[in-house]
Design a protein around this ligand. Structure first.
Ligand SMILES: *[C@@H]1O[C@H](CO)[C@@H](O)[C@H](O)[C@H]1NC(C)=O
Ligand SMILES: *[C@@H]1O[C@H](CO)[C@@H](O)[C@H](O)[C@H]1NC(C)=O
Ligand SMILES: *[C@@H]1O[C@H](CO)[C@@H](O)[C@H](O)[C@H]1NC(C)=O
Ligand SMILES: *[C@@H]1O[C@H](CO)[C@@H](O)[C@H](O)[C@H]1NC(C)=O
Ligand SMILES: *[C@@H]1O[C@H](CO)[C@@H](O)[C@H](O)[C@H]1NC(C)=O
Ligand SMILES: *[C@@H]1O[C@H](CO)[C@@H](O)[C@H](O)[C@H]1NC(C)=O
Ligand SMILES: *[C@@H]1O[C@H](CO)[C@@H](O)[C@H](O)[C@H]1NC(C)=O
Ligand SMILES: *[C@@H]1O[C@H](CO)[C@@H](O)[C@H](O)[C@H]1NC(C)=O
Ligand SMILES: *[C@@H]1O[C@H](CO)[C@@H](O)[C@H](O)[C@H]1NC(C)=O
Length: 893
């Protein structure tokens, strides 16, 4: 029985042996063979045994093979897969005569270089694994014959750098692994030729610098791992070629900076790992273009600032890790910083510095299922803060600092309805009665005042003037009052080394409040921005409103106008330019107003670009003080220049010879112009005229009045005018004719003289002179009747702009440019139609004198003393209305 069994076994073994021998050589003594697979691993081999020719797969791992094993593979034409892991090879065997082999692994040997000449042309090798050797050097062109390579693993070697164009023939390579080497720079075009590469792993190297175009030529890469390197910046320059990349991991680098626009070329990215870096801030454009991102890992950074638009591009994001950062105000004070993340499902904010949660912090997160807020010392959660997260299932909250005042009670009900309570272990810290109580067990009836800081004075928006100091004040109190710390922030970042003064004062009611003053000692442009103070005490944090500070500089003249004197007809140029921030606007005024005679006459030109102000064909009306004002939001500065226009003295109209009936009054005029104002001298028959009771001057001596002319008044009257440009003379003759028949006794007369000189706005040359000499006989009715109409000697009217004299009352108002509405009235009142007949009545007469000179007081002074004026003359000046009154009395003329 035993015998027959033995026989059977021997027969079977023999049969196998025979069949093996039929194939060529038998299975090596120490190895195990199964079909084409020959396993010689872990056999302490020091050299390659005789391997049957039919071998397809050969495992020689875990032996002591050294140096040259090449001969052992000679003629193994069917060999497809060869394992030489964990031997003592010091160089790559030569496979020049192998043309079937597709897979070679030589991990964990002592190979120190990859040289030229080990692989045959058009090598069939598809997978080459050389992990855990000591490869330092790869010769240039060493891989050139490996044109069919699909997988190349060179992990855990000592490669410092790769020769240029190493991979130029590896257009079939799909996976390249270079983890755990010492590569420190990825030069431009290093990977040129790898057009089929899908996965590139270069983790755990010393890469600091990725040159622009480093990955150029990649067409198919979807996974790139660069974790555990020394990369500092992310920039668009090295993203060329990464168009199809879907996963990028850059964890454990030294990244502080992500240039704007970096992702523009890799919009296919779905997963981005930036954890364990040194990011501080996420700006609105930091992740611009990443519209397909599903997973973003930003955990373990230093992120404290997340600007409003930071995540606004990532509508597809489903997972966001922000744990282990320094986030506080994003959640405490911003409105909807994550509001565009409508597809977010998992959100981790654990291990940050969040002390309170504002009602809008999680706005828009309508799909969040899991929110982790652990390891934040949260003290308060505003009502509705979680309302938008209608799908939430897991809320992780473990703060033991909660301020369980009335404002938190809403959450008790919310938790009960919404989430699985087991994830919530948060407990109250205040008030004392409920210290340590898990919030979900809170009762809804007892709650007290909030001891959180309450801001009583917010910093105020203002303009700060450059190079001066600026202050921002923030005050807060709390009930009960507790120590508060103030923090100042600018543009959503903390201010480094702020100069701050803090103190605690008592209000009128004896309640303490704390004040912090941020002083910017020497304001520069970089100080502009939005400032905010953040007040914390152990119960929580309160944010002030933001105060915008704009920096302005006071305007400063770079050119100021200077006083000029020109002759009429000349061109006047005034310069004025100023700098400031914002750039000041320049404006001009004349004599404090906006009335420029030159502008009305189209002789004026302001050239804003050249800061020039022109007047062509200057006239005396242009004289005055021109003020140039430079104005910006910091203030206004004004520079004045006086423009003087010189004009030769001249007569406005030729003097006319006069004839007058004895006893009548006569008016001689010498209407002049000139600049400076000419001095005027009247001469009679060559001698200066001395004013008497009957002779007086008015209208700046331009009018000479003789009341009750006598024959002695006849003669040659000369008017001589002088200014510094010269002297002119004009002369007339006055004839006095014998008196007319009707004589009026002096004592029976009542005289009313109304003199008024109106010269209105348009210029000193427009002079109205009205002299009315009215006598009336009180007793003789007949004479009275005849005389009344004639005795009103009206109106010498002179108007420089017109040759036709105007009759006094009717046109007065028309020629007045004064706005004073009294002018119209004056016209009526000076109408003598309504002249009172009773001498006891007074004539009240108003007119308007603009610009200056009122001859009336002077006229009064010169009236003959016997003539007790029975006149009331009122003069209104445009600027300062004044009334001069003369009481009407009887008197002789
Ligand atoms: C590896 O090879 C080097 C020389 O190339 C030699 O010094 C070293 O001892 C070898 N290491 C092992 C473990 O054989
Ligand atoms: C490529 O193969 C040819 C011929 O087999 C050989 O001479 C050459 O050295 C090989 N080149 C490399 C880089 O191995
Ligand atoms: C290698 O392949 C190329 C192109 O496929 C061919 O031209 C060349 O003759 C091949 N060389 C060898 C030695 O087979
Ligand atoms: C990173 O960017 C900063 C600022 O742009 C630059 O100063 C620095 O040299 C960059 N570092 C590297 C390694 O490119
Ligand atoms: C949170 O509070 C605990 C206990 O009060 C304290 O030890 C810890 O330092 C606090 N953490 C932060 C980030 O403030
Ligand atoms: C506030 O802080 C000061 C010192 O920082 C300390 O002396 C004082 O006791 C504190 N007051 C309260 C109410 O905590
Ligand atoms: C506290 O600060 C305010 C604001 O700067 C200041 O007016 C007040 O004098 C200060 N009080 C004390 C006691 O320093
Ligand atoms: C310009 O003229 C005004 C008034 O005529 C005078 O007060 C001022 O001093 C003058 N300025 C200069 C620079 O001469
Ligand atoms: C400039 O002139 C205006 C009026 O023309 C006057 O009010 C102002 O005081 C003047 N300023 C200076 C600095 O002379």
């Amino acid at each position: 029985m035993g015998c027959s069994h033995l026989l059977t076994i021997v027969t079977i073994v023999l049969l196998i042996r025979i069949s093996v021998q039929n194939e060529n050589i038998e299975c090596p003594l120490k190895c195990d063979c199964l079909e084409q697979y020959v396993d010689c691993s872990k056999k302490n081999l020091v050299s390659v045994p005789r391997i049957p020719k039919w071998v397809g797969k050969l495992d020689l791992s875990y032996n002591k093979l050294t140096k040259d094993v090449t001969d052992g593979f000679y003629g193994l034409l069917s060999l497809q897969s060869l394992k030489l892991d964990k031997n003592a090879l010091t160089s790559i065997p030569t496979f020049l005569h192998q043309n079937q082999i597709e897979e070679i692994s030589m991990n964990r040997n002592n190979i120190s270089a990859i040289d030229v000449g080990h692989f045959p042309e058009n090598s069939t090798i598809k997978s080459l694994s050389l992990n855990s050797n000591h490869i330092k050097v790869i010769e240039e062109g060493a891989l050139n014959n490996l044109t069919n390579l699909v997988i190349l693993k060179l992990n855990r070697n000592e490669i410092v750098s790769l020769p240029n164009q190493l991979f130029k023939h590896q257009s079939n390579l799909k996976i390249l692994e270079l983890n755990h080497n010492k590569i420190h720079v990825i030069t431009a075009m290093l990977f040129k030729g790898l057009s089929s590469l899908e996965t590139l792993k270069i983790k755990y190297n010393n890469i600091e610098n990725i040159m622009d175009g480093a990955f150029f030529g990649f067409k198919s890469v979807n996974l790139l791992q660069l974790d555990h390197n020394g990369i500092q910046n992310i920039s668009k320059g090295w993203m060329y070629g990464l168009e199809s990349m879907t996963t990028l991991s850059l964890s454990n680098n030294l990244i502080t900076q992500i240039d704007f626009g970096s992702w523009e070329l890799c919009t296919s990215l779905e997963e981005l790992d930036l954890s364990h870096n040194y990011l501080i801030e996420i700006e609105g454009r930091t992740f611009q273009h990443l519209t397909n991102l599903h997973t973003l890992n930003l955990s373990y950074n230093n992120i404290s600032a997340i600007l409003q638009e930071a995540f606004s591009h990532m509508v597809q994001l489903q997972v966001l890790f922000l744990n282990r950062n320094k986030i506080s105000w994003t959640v405490e004070n911003m409105s909807g910083p994550f509001s565009k993340l409508q597809n977010l499902v998992k959100f981790n904010l654990s291990d940050n510095h969040i002390k309170s949660i504002s009602s809008r912090a999680f706005e828009g997160l309508s799909n969040v299922v899991e929110l982790d807020l652990r390891s934040n010392n949260i003290t308060s959660i505003q009502q509705h803060a979680f309302n938008s997260m209608s799908k939430i299932k897991k809320l992780y909250l473990n703060s033991s600092s909660l301020l369980c005042d009335c404002k938190l009670l809403w959450i008790v009900k919310w938790i009960r309805d919404k989430v699985e309570q087991k994830y919530i272990t948060a407990t109250c810290a205040y008030p004392a009665e409920v210290r340590g109580v898990v919030i979900s067990r809170l009762k809804e009836d007892n709650c007290g005042d909030s001891p959180k800081p309450r801001i009583t004075e917010h910093p105020k928006t203002h303009l700060a003037i450059k190079n001066r100091s600026a202050n921002l004040v923030c005050s807060a109190t709390s009930n009960p009052f507790s120590n508060m710390t103030f923090l100042w922030r600018k543009n959503n970042g903390n201010i480094s080394n702020p100069r701050v003064y803090e103190n605690v004062t008592l209000t009128e009611h004896g309640k303490p409040h704390a004040t912090s003053v941020l002083v910017i000692p020497d304001v520069t442009h970089s100080d502009s921005g939005k400032y905010q103070c953040v007040v914390s005490n152990k119960f929580g944090t309160t944010y002030s409103s933001k105060a915008k500070v704009d920096i302005v500089t006071f305007p400063r003249f770079t050119q100021t106008p200077i006083n000029v004197t020109v002759k009429t007809g000349d061109t006047v140029t005034l310069n004025c330019a100023a700098t400031g921030d914002p750039p000041p606007e320049i404006s001009w005024k004349k004599d404090g107003g906006n009335d420029f005679p030159a502008a009305r006459e189209r002789r004026m030109n302001v050239m804003p670009t050249d800061h020039l102000f022109f007047i062509v064909n200057a006239k005396t009306s242009d004289m005055g003080i021109y003020s140039c004002a430079a104005k910006n939001s910091a203030g206004t500065i004004i520079a004045n220049a006086t423009l003087s226009v010189l004009q030769e003295p001249s007569f406005i109209r030729v003097m006319e010879n006069k004839e007058v009936t004895s006893g009548d009054s006569v008016v001689l005029q010498c209407m002049i112009t000139g600049s400076p104002k000419p001095v005027l001298k009247w001469l009679k028959n060559g001698s200066p005229i001395v004013p008497t009771e009957r002779h007086f001057f008015t209208a700046d001596d331009q009018v000479f009045v003789i009341i009750g002319a006598e024959s002695s008044d006849a003669g040659h009257y000369e008017c001589e005018i002088t200014n510094k440009l010269g002297t002119k003379k004009d002369m007339i003759e006055l004839k006095v004719l014998p008196p007319v028949a009707i004589m009026v006794k002096e004592e029976d007369m009542t005289g009313i003289i109304i003199i008024t000189v109106v010269c209105c706005a348009v210029g000193t040359s427009i002079i109205w002179v009205v002299i009315i000499y009215h006598t009336r006989r009180r007793m003789a009715g007949a004479v009275h009747n005849n005389f009344t109409s004639e005795s009103v000697k009206m109106t010498q009217v002179v108007h420089s702009d017109s040759d036709s004299p105007h009759m006094f009352p009717d046109n007065l108002s028309e020629h007045s440019s004064c706005k004073d509405s009294g002018t119209g009235d004056s016209a009526k009142q000076t109408s003598f139609d309504g002249m009172p007949t009773d001498r006891s009545e007074q004539v009240h007469f108003e007119t308007t004198v603009c610009r200056s000179y009122s001859p009336v007081p002077e006229a009064h002074k010169l009236l003959p003393s016997s003539f007790k004026p029975s006149i009331q003359v009122c003069v209104n000046t445009c600027v300062t209305p004044a009334t001069y009154s003369f009481s009407s009395q009887s008197g002789n003329v």
